[in-house]
Design a protein around this ligand. Structure first.
Ligand SMILES: [Zn+2]
Length: 173
């Protein structure tokens, strides 16, 4: 406090160092050409990735280029609504905006036909039964509520298929 010069009438008064207040911020986000195409397809209940012409990897959501080869990815590839859990996290920490009941599971899911996993929720299975290699399927919101966001998929759930062999997803595990 010695570095703050207070007016005489405030001597002995503790200075205010922070204020808590409500704030609201509105963002406008432009996803770019490749991601916009992807999101427009989501609106049609389709998951469409893009294949690199050099390494042949299929990226989802596509960013328009391959980060490894530095070339444009233009070939579009429709992906399945099923995939394999390649990694996951059991969430036990509640936070303010979180409407999920804990514990819940967030996972990296490699959609069938793609080489890069997406992150999404896993539901309809006890958290301690989730494991790498588990086969899952997308559960979409009702048709009238589907829009251009991955939130159009409510979550993924086990689809009852046998576990995928490790070799099929080890690059992303
Ligand atoms: Zn590539």
């Amino acid at each position: 406090m010695s570095d703050i010069q207070l007016p005489e009438r405030l001597e002995g008064v503790e200075p205010v160092r922070s204020i808590r207040t409500f704030a609201s911020l509105t963002y406008q986000y432009t996803p770019g050409r490749a991601a916009s195409r992807f999101l427009k397809e989501v609106e049609r209940k389709r998951l469409v990735g893009q294949r690199c012409p050099v390494c042949k990897k299929v990226y989802v959501p596509p960013r328009g280029s391959c980060p490894t080869d530095g070339v444009a990815t233009e070939e579009e590839v429709e992906l399945g609504h099923t995939g394999t859990i390649v990694s996951f996290c059991v969430v036990n920490v509640p936070f303010m905006a979180n409407l999920m009941e804990i514990p819940y599971v967030g996972a990296l899911i490699q959609l069938d036909g793609s080489d890069i996993p997406i992150m999404h929720l896993i539901q309809e299975v006890p958290y301690d039964e989730v494991h790498m290699g588990m086969r899952v399927e997308a559960v979409w919101v009702p048709d009238g509520e589907i829009s251009h966001t991955l939130e159009s998929i409510k979550y993924f759930r086990p689809n009852g298929e046998p576990d995928a062999p490790y070799d099929s997803y080890k690059e992303n595990a």
